[in-house]
Design a protein around this ligand. Structure first.
Ligand SMILES: Cc1cc2nc3c(=O)[nH]c(=O)nc-3n(C[C@H](O)[C@H](O)[C@H](O)COP(=O)(O)OP(=O)(O)OC[C@H]3O[C@@H](n4cnc5c(N)ncnc54)[C@H](O)[C@@H]3O)c2cc1C
Length: 596
């Protein structure tokens, strides 16, 4: 049994020591990941590489940053921790909410402007269906920059080879992009093999579908053509600054296959490392409930949002910003899994056995077509919710009927749908003094397997890593449910009585506990199954404090010379995804090339 995993945020003490020891020898102030101790002063004994601009990460923000800097005459090195470029962006849906008067919007007669984008994304009165205010805590300086650079970034992406599906912009995909105009554009996957499948999409949808591969591969090609050097398997471990809390940022320290490489940045370092949702300690600063068991972070296991950029910058004095945007329960921050019985079950990402990283994903998962076929139980073996209910859903264009900008009446005009699965799941067991709700398991029987047409064996379910169990009786099933996140044994008697009570609701036609509409099927025919169904964490919406030029700002409110940031590692802006990241990447690269 593997209980009580240590809350390391993915970094062990040994990692920390290796990081600071390797990078710190003779160095200027090294802002190491996880560095909480005084670090050595002085420059590195030697710089191994140098460029005008050094970009950390090659995702939705990093590639535009590199291209923008290069277009302005800067030499650029991108360091990428992964074996390939793209980060979360390459496995994303490729829905890019760029408006403000794009050529595509104009072509289809959609009226939009930077002022309208700004008005939308600073509208305090807009709420999501669960009541959370999308834009109330946005930083207006950051939103103004986004609004002004939205349409130019759309044209920039097109100029650098991104093919957006030829159709009128809509509101499909990214969510909460404002109430005044449709702004979603969709990057066509064309014939690039997808990471999640290892295959090209069907020819019939190559130019009409939407996928992050269609955003990233053209940008990668464009960056390389411009002479940007992309160093794969190079992980930034520290920022080098003249003094720990003052002076310019001079460069970065990187580890690559056990070696430390010091890279000097003559003009600037751009942090585009993708955010912090995969770092348990970091994310718990904003929501203490998000403990280790929320291990199915969307976009993993391809790339990890480990807060490395944030932590390195914080250790040389950078401030965080807009923390509420991370604490708030917005559309995609935490979601009900799309598939059960696997670790990585994000609703919009299916790992197939043909993927080059399937050995890391380990299972496809089981898509639940009808939640009448399963019940969901918590770590103590009890139900907590109407399983048939859905997700939080985002506010979006036209979601508020009779939208009146900046009017308190918008809240009254929102159709509320709290769909509180997530809070019920994260609540855990009443009286429990432990944070985090613990694992959530989908429980079902062999008849459900037949109805759903599931194959309850690898590669569809992950038995090896203990995200799926089966047994001939409920009692035995309870004893088998045992992975490192199930910290206390699941009481067999509770599971049996939970199922018996649910079966009685099927007889009576009424779920007295949680109001599931007319429970249909008893759980009664062995074998019985337990499949991992724990909520999935997705977006990072807080991060480093930046200004309109994407310069990083310190705890005293001063710009840190030579340090820039964009994308999910930047704070102050509650908006899901690619639009924010591409715009800020482009701004950050432009600013870095100009230097501070
Ligand atoms: C499945 C999925 C679907 C999505 N669909 C959409 C969608 O349709 N529309 C939308 O708007 N948004 C979508 N998103 C969100 C969107 O993909 C992200 O918001 C966006 O990619 C974040 O961009 P980024 O540049 O900040 O980070 P990323 O794109 O994740 O890039 C960060 C990069 O930095 C690298 N890195 C991290 N740390 C280091 C280090 N220390 N040293 C070197 N490199 C490092 C990472 O390996 C990664 O390659 C989706 C996300 C997922 C996971």
């Amino acid at each position: 049994m593997k209980r009580n995993p240590r809350d390391t945020g993915g970094l062990t003490r040994r990692d920390f020591l290796r990081t600071t020891a390797g990078a710190g020898a003779g160095a200027a102030t090294i802002g190491g990941i996880g560095a909480g101790e005084p670090t050595a002063q002085g420059r590195p004994t030697r710089w191994n590489r140098e460029a005008d601009v050094v970009v950390i990460g090659s995702g939705a923000a990093g590639l535009p940053a590199a291209i923008a800097a290069s277009e302005r005459g800067a030499s650029v090195i991108v360091v990428e921790a992964n074996f390939d470029v793209g980060g979360h962006a390459i496995v994303s849906g490729g829905n890019v909410a760029l408006g403000g008067g794009t050529s595509r919007q104009k072509k289809y007669g959609i009226v939009d402007s930077p002022d309208l984008v700004f008005s939308d994304l600073t509208d305090w009165s807009v709420v999501e269906p669960n009541g959370f205010p999308d834009y109330r805590y946005n930083d207006k300086e950051i939103i103004r920059a986004f609004a002004d650079h939205s349409a130019p970034t759309y044209e920039f992406l097109v100029a650098h080879g991104v093919i957006f599906v030829e159709k009128v912009p809509d509101n499909q995909g990214a969510g909460a992009a404002g109430n005044s105009a449709p702004r979603e554009n969709h990057a066509a996957p064309m014939d690039w093999p997808q990471i999640q499948t290892g295959k090209r999409v069907a020819a019939t949808i190559a130019s009409t579908g939407s996928s992050g591969i269609g955003l990233i591969r053209p940008l990668e090609a464009s960056a390389r053509k411009l002479g940007v050097e992309i160093l794969l398997k190079h992980r930034m471990t520290a920022l080098v600054r003249e003094h720990q809390y003052s002076g310019r940022v001079l460069g970065i320290a990187v580890t690559s296959e056990g070696r430390t490489v010091n890279i000097r940045a003559r003009k600037g370092v751009v942090i585009t490392s993708g955010g912090s949702s995969g770092n348990v300690s970091f994310r718990r600063m904003f929501d203490p409930r998000l403990t280790e068991e929320y291990c199915g972070v969307a976009g993993e296991p391809y790339s990890v949002q480990d807060a490395s950029g944030e932590l390195a910058a914080m250790s040389i004095g950078a401030s965080l910003w807009g923390g509420f945007n991370q604490t708030g329960e917005f559309g995609q921050i935490i979601t009900k899994p799309g598939r059960v019985g696997c670790q990585y079950g994000y609703v919009n990402l299916v790992w197939e056995p043909t993927s080059p990283i399937f050995h890391l994903a380990r299972a496809v998962g089981l898509a639940v077509r009808d939640y009448q076929d399963v019940i969901l139980i918590n770590k103590a073996g009890t139900r907590f919710y109407d399983e048939a209910k859905g997700q939080f859903s985002a506010n979006n264009y036209n979601a508020i009927k009779n939208y009146v900008p900046h009017s308190w009446r918008n809240a009254a005009n929102m159709k509320y749908n709290p769909a509180d699965y997530l809070n019920a799941a994260l609540a855990g067991v009443p009286g429990d003094a432990v944070n985090g709700g613990g694992p959530i398991w989908a429980i079902f029987d062999s008849e459900a397997v037949t109805r759903e047409n599931w194959t309850v064996a690898p590669p569809f379910v992950d038995t090896a890593a203990e995200f799926f169990f089966s047994a001939g009786s409920l009692e035995e099933l309870a004893t088998r449910i045992d992975n490192k996140y199930q910290r206390t044994p699941l009481p067999a008697a509770t599971l049996q009585s939970t199922v018996a009570r649910y079966n009685s609701f099927v007889d009576s036609g009424s779920d007295e506990d949680f109001g599931k509409p007319a429970p249909k099927y008893k759980i009664q025919t062995p074998p019985f199954y337990a499949a991992w169904a724990t909520p999935v964490i997705h977006d990072t919406r807080t991060g480093l404090r930046i200004n309109a030029k994407c310069e990083v700002v310190d705890m005293q409110g001063h710009v840190i010379p030579g340090l820039f940031c964009g994308g999910e590692s930047a704070g102050g802006f509650s908006l899901h995804g690619l639009a924010r990241c591409t715009v800020q990447g482009r701004i950050a690269g432009t600013s870095a090339a100009a230097g501070t």
